[in-house]
Design a protein around this ligand. Structure first.
Ligand code: BV8
Ligand code: ZN
Length: 249
């Protein structure tokens, strides 16, 4: 049995960080890859409070276009493998940078959305949250009942991540005995600190990515390939390990 499979099979407390790459096979463009959505724009132009203050319509048009893509997207075998794995391990915490909601759609329950969720809006005046289905964006800026301007309920660059969610993510890294980083270029902080903290703790870190990343050289193992193909066999090996019975969670 390959070394990395042996390590995976013997793990009990698993923490996973996912990024845009795990949703690529669901048809959602990544940020930085070839053809990624940043190719046309730069993060600073759109995913920042300054960009929204300067040109809310442009930012809303970009998010509406992304919401279209997200609404048409379905979870792929990579999302489904992680949802299955959750029920097999003693503890399994899925931390995602993605805002597309596909992990929950695939059946994952313990999901920490570090950067929020594109399917939700938040009022810039009263803070009330609503879903994207509650508004129709016909070019008019969407307003809350209180009259305040709505924004997508995501974390922009320069904005702090939700405190409790980030705390829970760091707590999960501190108690895991295996960490996987899947489909992320590992350049956006503080999310990118999570796999590095796992390594500092001496926990094996396995990267799953179609390309080399700035993190690859430091990973315990870097598995090259699409998440939808690499993850299912890893979960199958985990499920079939003799000492593994389905965890009653
Ligand atoms: C903050 C939501 C505190 C919006 C996003 C150090 C400490 C703290 C902050 C910083 C720091 N250094 C710099 C900063 C600032 C900044 C930052 O990290 N900048 C980077 C660019 C250098 N961080 C912040 O601003 C964060 N805030 O720290 O608050 C604070 C407060 C005030 C003042 C100062 C600090 C907020 C960051 C959150 C930004 N919001 N998204 C939206 O989505 O619209 S980030 C955005 O990038 C997405 O969430 C995305 O998930 C994330 C990371 O990108 P990836 O997911 O990795 O996607 P990418 O395209 O890059 O890579 C995809 C990978 O998949 C590739 O490697 C590709 O090879 C691979 N792949 C492709 N196909 C597949 C695949 N892999 C497997 N299978 C496939 N099929
Ligand atoms: Zn309001």
């Amino acid at each position: 049995m390959d070394d990395h499979i042996q390590i995976i099979v013997n793990s009990e407390n698993i923490c996973i960080l996912t990024g845009a790459g795990i949703s690529a096979e669901s048809g959602i463009p990544t940020f930085r890859g070839a053809g990624g959505m940043w190719a046309k724009y730069r993060p600073e132009e759109l995913a920042t409070p300054e960009a929204f203050a300067a040109n809310p319509r442009l930012v809303w048009e970009w998010y509406q276009a992304r919401r279209e893509a997200v609404s048409k997207a379905a979870p792929n075998p990579g999302h489904k493998a992680l949802a299955e794995w959750e029920g097999l391990a003693r503890s399994f915490v899925l931390v995602t940078q993605n805002v597309d909601g596909l992990h929950r759609a695939a059946g994952s329950r313990q999901v920490l959305e570090l950067h929020g969720n594109i399917r939700r809006n938040r009022c810039t005046a009263c803070g009330r949250e609503s879903t994207m289905d509650e508004i129709t964006f016909n070019g008019q800026l969407p307003l809350c009942e209180c009259g305040g301007l709505l924004r997508p309920a995501v974390v922009w660059f320069g904005e702090s991540l939700p405190e409790q969610v980030l705390e829970a993510a760091f707590a999960a890294v501190r108690q895991c005995d295996l960490f996987l980083t899947v489909g992320t270029s590992a350049v956006v902080y503080p999310a990118a600190a999570l796999p590095r903290l796992a390594l500092d703790r001496g926990v094996p870190v396995i990267e799953v990515n179609t390309e080399e990343t700035p993190f690859s050289a430091g990973a315990t193992y870097s598995l090259r390939g699409p998440a939808g193909e690499v993850l299912p066999p890893l979960v199958a090996a985990y499920a079939s390990a003799p000492h593994r019975s389905r965890q009653i969670s």
